[in-house]
Ligand binder design. Structure first.
Ligand SMILES: [Zn+2]
Ligand SMILES: [Zn+2]
Length: 357
């Protein structure tokens, strides 16, 4: 049963408008009313919302899938269940909900659900607004140690890099102390991947196109650094890694990175290539049992584990603060790849200021 709210809530946000000649992505103010909540739904007042460059393509959509806020209202079943309660600080990511009945859901990989419902299907859209309605079963309490602005980017970027590090951390070839991870690309995903991999205790190599990223990569936890466009480096790196996390969102020379894998090594594709496809020669994979794997977000259990791990090991995104009102300015920076490394829009300044004291 859906529950009528005592007083309707007006939510203010930004929706994708028709692109103009000068601006590829344009967002326009929008107001919506929330009158009722489904039995499993909650209403959250947003504190902070960060910008992940994904799913901006449909006019009318309210983007945003890295969201932190405070629960203001809960649906009937949520109230009975008591796991998520009014006043709790929570976060939300790519998935708004899932069927909770298919094989993937029953195996606790809700992110891989056959009929997964991403944030754009949420009743009033994603996080580029001051409030949101979400399925309480896809909402995660935030450990106290994590500030809201630092927690927001963890819900997509953090989850995306944490999951493959958990899933593909073993090899029939390398002993645990020989297991080597490489992170390709230092951006929104890569700078978090370096931190998680390093704090998990792996030997971590950063692979970049520019030599001036070395110091920064080492600060994020890289033990080693290589410019992968340098031919001598590449030769040295053949058959060297058990797991490479591809964190760039452009097309890559897949064969070059497959050859850097040890036998049974895996190249995990996290960033979406600009062309949308991956081309690879079969020979280098067959001869050494190497594989290329896709990596789509994280399960609910993995997200909870990731948050605790980040809090415990002081893993934080490097962020630039902005505000909802400046969303178009912020988007332009993201599109031009100038964000270092995540832009977080402060929605509730009072709470953010208080957390900074
Ligand atoms: Zn994302
Ligand atoms: Zn399902």
């Amino acid at each position: 049963m859906s529950k009528q709210l005592m007083k309707p809530i007006t939510v203010k946000g930004y929706a994708v408008a028709e692109p103009t000649e000068t601006q590829k992505f344009l967002l326009k103010p929008i107001e919506q009313q929330v009158n009722s909540l489904g039995e499993n739904d909650i209403f959250v007042d947003i504190i902070a919302s960060s910008i992940c460059y994904g799913a901006f393509h449909h006019v009318g959509n309210i983007p945003g899938h890295e969201i932190v806020g405070i629960v203001r209202h809960v649906g009937e079943r949520v109230e009975k269940d008591g796991k998520i309660a009014v006043g709790m600080r929570v976060g939300m990511g790519w998935n708004y909900s899932s069927c909770l009945e298919c094989g993937s859901c029953k195996h606790h990989f809700e992110n891989l659900c056959d009929s997964s419902k991403p944030f754009m299907n949420a009743p009033i859209g994603g996080g580029f607004q001051n409030g949101v309605v979400w399925d309480s079963r896809f909402v995660y309490p935030i450990p106290e140690k994590l500030k809201s602005v630092d927690a927001a980017p963890l819900f997509c970027a953090g989850a995306a890099v944490f999951s493959p590090l958990k899933l593909y951390r073993e090899s029939p070839y390398s002993k645990p102390n020989e297991f080597k991870v490489a992170v390709l690309g230092l951006g929104g995903l890569g700078h978090l991947a370096l931190q998680f991999a390093s704090k998990m205790g792996f030997h971590v190599t950063a692979l970049s196109t520019s030599a001036n990223k070395e110091e920064e990569c080492r600060l994020f936890g890289a033990n080693d650094f290589h410019v992968h466009t340098n031919e001598n480096s590449v030769k040295q790196l053949n058959s060297n890694f058990d797991l490479i996390l591809n964190c760039v969102s452009t097309d890559i020379d897949t064969d070059k990175f497959v050859k850097m894998l040890k036998p049974f090594g895996k190249l995990a594709i996290i960033g979406v290539p600009s062309s949308g496809s991956i081309k690879a020669g079969a020979f280098a994979m067959i001869m050494k049992n190497r594989s290329i794997v896709g990596s789509g977000g994280a399960s609910n259990d993995q997200i909870r584990e990731m948050l605790n791990f980040a809090a415990e090991h002081n893993i934080k995104p490097q962020i630039e603060l902005s505000s909802l009102e400046k969303v178009n300015e912020a988007m332009e920076k993201v599109v031009k790849n100038q964000a270092r490394y995540r832009i977080v829009m402060v929605v509730d300044k009072e709470i953010v200021d208080k957390e900074n004291q």
